[in-house]
Ligand binder design. Structure first.
Ligand code: PMP
Length: 425
């Protein structure tokens, strides 16, 4: 089988809206390496967009998944439930930051988790409004697309969007958006668009993922927490990309010392088996009436078995600490390259193993260089490296390796990165 032949079939069989980055078709994968159908090896710096934090085919996650498949694959947790879902909810409730008793629900995708947060927040508060952030990403379903703060490609041609959603700036040191500006804009929304007593929730990513790996400061998250408390607004932390040890703690917002009212998790939760969850304060989670939440596949037994194994692996292999070490290693490579190319590498930043490099022209933050990010991910693929781009301006390369990646593999991948970068600039 040839990649090019499959890509040709793909183009006539799968709609172009579901685009693929490189025409490279996977045959197998192990930890942080992938082999394509032509036998070529790739170092994987994407982990399926921060999903296989425990690496491809981790032996423990694989064994738990296979053992579950041998017993049963689906009964529907709302029809004939199973203990593993309860056990995983207990783990999530205990792992969520803060001391307030928690409850969880399971769904299948990140977008569904966000959708359910909105439902729960509205049921609890009896209010309609949701405030989200410019550059935020929360999914592609109708409500989550409305919450997402980036037009291209997520919103083009898909309106009208749900009402009572308002966007405010996300503070960003690098782009020169201060916390004061963001908070002033939020106050302006309360003056011009919606009174705080009609706002059900504010939703924020502790580190914007698709938006470019910008991190909200501790002071900003604490100010939001207080503002929400003052107005009876719920604070939703979207931890779908930043969760499960990725940023050096189990969930990123615990670093700010705040407790969310509701938190979304997905991606890293089950090592690649589709699973997502909402975890929140028990009294808020119980607002919707029985039967108001759920779905056929939510909390699938295979997902729950994988999820329980993922929890064990994160603890046994100290993946929170590894995320921090991995981040440091990448940043060493990238800052050395930045010193050589200060006019092109505008910024290097990381939150644990969410690592990013931002490309500009002439060292000017206001002259983004998205063409380089695009060309670089293509060239990296040709040279055996999976690289993802992101950013509200499309000029960021993000590194999201498995948290089980070997340090030597990081070095090997970064050599490929540097060679490709130097060939393009
Ligand atoms: N929220 C965040 C922060 C995400 O990063 C993503 C996925 N990139 C989503 C929501 C949506 O998740 P899914 O693609 O599983 O629907």
């Amino acid at each position: 089988m040839k990649n090019a032949d499959i890509q040709k079939r793909k183009e006539s069989a799968i709609a172009r809206g579901q685009a693929n980055m490189a025409p490279v078709y996977v045959d197998r994968a192990l930890n942080a390496e992938i082999w394509d159908v032509e036998g070529k090896r790739y170092i994987d710096f994407g982990a399926g967009i921060a999903v296989v934090n425990t690496g491809h085919n981790h032996p423990k996650v694989k064994a738990a998944t296979i053992a579950q498949i041998e017993r049963f694959t689906h009964t529907c947790v709302m029809v004939s439930p199973y203990e593993s879902a309860v056990a995983l909810a207990e783990k999530l409730n205990a792992a969520a930051p803060g001391n307030t008793p928690k409850k969880s629900i399971f769904v299948t995708t990140g977008a569904e988790a966000v959708e359910n947060c909105v439902k729960i927040a509205r049921a609890h508060t009896g209010r309609p409004g949701i405030i989200a952030f410019n550059g935020g990403y929360h999914g592609r379903t109708n409500m989550t697309m409305g919450l997402t703060g980036k037009v291209n490609p997520y919103k083009i041609g898909f309106g009208p969007f749900p009402s009572d959603i308002f966007h405010v700036p996300y503070p960003n040191d690098y782009l020169g958006i201060t916390e004061e500006q963001a908070l002033a804009d939020l106050q302006l929304r309360f003056t011009c668009d919606i009174e705080p007593s009609r706002v059900a929730a504010i939703i924020i990513e502790p580190v914007q993922g698709e938006g470019g790996f910008y991190k909200a400061s501790t002071s900003f998250l604490q100010t939001l927490r207080k503002l929400c408390d003052d107005h009876g607004i719920l604070l939703i932390l979207d931890e779908i990309q930043s969760g499960f040890a990725r940023t050096g703690t189990m969930f990123c917002h615990e670093q700010a010392g705040i407790e969310a009212d509701l938190m979304t998790t997905a991606k890293g939760i089950a090592g690649g088996v589709p699973l997502a969850a909402v975890v929140g304060k028990a009294n808020i989670m119980d607002a919707p009436i029985p039967g108001g939440l759920g779905g056929t596949y939510g909390g699938s037994p295979v997902g729950c078995a994988a999820g329980l194994a993922v929890f064990e692996v994160i603890e046994e292999e100290k993946l929170c600490e590894r995320a921090t070490q991995i981040g440091t290693r990448f940043v060493e490579h990238l800052t050395a390259l930045q010193a050589e190319f200060p006019n092109i590498i505008g910024d290097v930043r990381n939150s644990g193993a969410m690592i990013a490099v931002e490309f500009v022209h002439d060292g000017d933050v206001n002259k983004p260089y998205p063409e380089l990010a695009k060309k670089l991910s293509g060239k990296a693929s040709e040279n055996g490296l999976v690289l993802l781009s992101c950013g509200i301006r499309g000029n960021v390369i993000r590194f999201l390796p498995a948290l089980t990646i070997e340090m030597e593999l990081i070095d090997e991948g970064m050599e490929i990165f540097k060679t490709c970068f130097k060939a393009l600039v």
